[in-house]
Design a binder for this molecule. Structure first.
Ligand code: NDP
Ligand code: 2IT
Length: 452
């Protein structure tokens, strides 16, 4: 870092958050790329914009007591990080996972602020969740947990205040239980959640949106270099919401998807994953809540690799869609030496800083998650609009809006990178483009609103 103001804020962030490695990683990546815009906007420093951007407006932390089916009592920790409300009510998902702590939620909230700004919709950024892990719990245990979680969270959220949604391990089942409890306590029926079921205010295409949006974004990157997905060998990690709908759109566009994974290992299907096989995976992971290893028993064209990651598979395009830091510098090297041409992130911060730098140095097409996975929250924004007007739009209408939002985010990141000199010959740095474009809108709103 060269800019004195950026450097000073980075030192402050490190000193203040020394025990939060994920948060520091996310902030470092962003601050590094903001230098050209900080040089050009002298008003940022006297308005303490960077100092305010790196400090959440509010962090709520609470006890979540719940009872298992055998009558034993348990206690988990619940959180909501209300990061930035300069451009709209706090908006962002809830994650239930053992790894959840303040560092993870602050990195996710920080990313969400810039991502939501890129969508062009009026949404601030937030994130929340709990260290509760729904794996292996019965539906009733999950329901009791969700009700207890909401019995505290309800007082901090609202359709015009803070609108949570799903994230890792929080899908339709959990959102249904939490929405039900919110409605019961508040005695009001509002669009306080997105990702709701279609019978109670959810939007068509929200389930598909993050995965579809990711591929729409990647399609635009390929278009810029005169290419498309026909016949491209693609690896996808994860087998949840984002991964399965990314794979689905890739299949529709004529690509050959050869992998899916979970936290235990990955499957490689030499014949390619078809829509039928994908439907089976959705049932396996979403309904039966099984393991991806079962795929290899069901489909003889495939093989299961326990404890391994998909990045060792030779491919044209790679889509990390599982979790943060699932793709390390060494994985990036393997992908590059196998000739990968495009990496687009469905997960939040799946590549560590070494991997990001390896992709940028190699000048391949590389899309950072906050731009390429923004289709989920963008469609959440569309769900909020539909709830406000008490109408629901057709899937064609929502899909069309999602598609045009993703094209717009792509072009904004691309053009911003060019405007701020983040290019090298034909190579365009989408990381810098996305960070700067997302940041400028929020910073401008913050300056206009005074010291708050
Ligand atoms: P899901 O819970 O639906 O799926 C997560 C998938 O990743 C599961 O298959 C899980 O397997 C697997 N997984 C978890 N950890 C690992 C690991 N270390 N290695 C390999 N696989 C792993 O979550 P989502 O699909 O919703 O979220 C995935 C990512 O996308 C997250 O980073 C999330 O923040 C991000 N995201 C989600 C959006 C959304 O709308 N849902 C929007 C934008 C981003 P297992 O069964 O073992 O847990
Ligand atoms: O990381 C994300 O953007 C999400 N988990 C979706 C958030 C939302 O509010 O739809």
């Amino acid at each position: 870092m060269k800019n004195a103001y950026v450097k000073r804020v980075w030192e402050y962030v490190q000193a203040k958050n020394a025990n939060e490695p994920e948060y520091l990683q996310a902030v470092q990546e962003v601050l590094t790329t903001l230098e050209p815009v900080v040089d050009q906007m002298p008003e940022l420093e006297p308005n303490a914009i960077l100092e305010r951007m790196v400090e959440p407006e509010r962090v709520i932390m609470f006890r979540v007591p719940w009872m298992d089916d055998a009558g034993n009592y348990h206690v988990n920790r619940g959180y909501r990080v209300q990061f930035n409300s300069a451009i709209g009510p706090y908006k962002g998902g809830l994650r239930f996972s053992k790894e959840v702590n303040l560092s993870v939620l602050k990195f996710l909230g920080f990313e969400q602020v810039l991502k939501n700004s890129l969508t062009t919709l009026p949404m601030g950024g937030g994130k929340g969740g709990s260290d509760f892990d729904p794996h292996g719990k019965s539906d009733k245990e999950v329901m009791r947990f969700c009700q207890s979680f909401m019995t505290e969270l309800y007082r901090h959220i609202g359709a015009d205040v803070d609108v949570p949604a799903g994230d890792k391990n929080v899908g339709g089942r959990e959102i249904g239980y939490m929405f039900g409890q919110y409605k019961r306590i508040r005695d009001e029926y509002t669009g306080v959640f997105t990702g709701k079921g279609l019978t109670f205010g959810g939007s068509l295409i929200r389930t598909e949106a993050t995965g579809y949006g990711l591929i729409y974004f990647a399609q635009e990157m390929l278009k810029k270099v005169g290419d498309n997905f026909k016949g491209k060998v693609c690896v996808v990690s994860g087998s949840g919401n984002v991964a399965t709908y990314a794979a689905q759109k890739l299949i529709q566009l004529g690509a050959k998807v050869v992998t899916l994974s979970d936290s235990n290992g990955y499957i490689y299907d030499a014949d390619g994953i078809t829509q039928e096989k994908l439907d089976w995976v959705k049932e396996l992971k979403g309904v039966r809540r099984g393991r991806i290893s079962e795929y290899a028993k069901k489909f003889p064209s495939s093989k299961y690799f326990e404890g391994k990651k998909v990045w060792e598979v030779k491919c044209d395009c790679a889509f990390p869609c599982a979790t943060q830091n699932e793709l390390l510098g060494s994985d990036a090297k393997t992908l590059l030496s196998n000739g990968v041409k495009l990496v687009a992130e469905g997960a939040n911060m799946p590549s560590d800083l070494d991997a990001v730098n390896a992709f940028l140095d190699a000048k391949i097409l590389y899309a950072p998650g906050k731009a390429s996975n923004a289709g989920g929250v963008a469609t959440s924004g569309l769900e909020m609009s539909q709830n406000s007007e008490r109408l629901s739009w057709s899937s064609e209408e929502v899909d069309e809006k999602l598609h045009s939002i993703m094209v717009n985010i792509h072009n904004n990141a691309y053009d911003t990178a060019i405007k701020f000199g983040a290019t090298d010959g034909k190579f365009v740095n989408y990381v810098a483009g996305a960070n700067i474009a997302g940041f400028v809108k929020v910073a401008t709103a913050m300056i206009a609103q005074g010291l708050v």
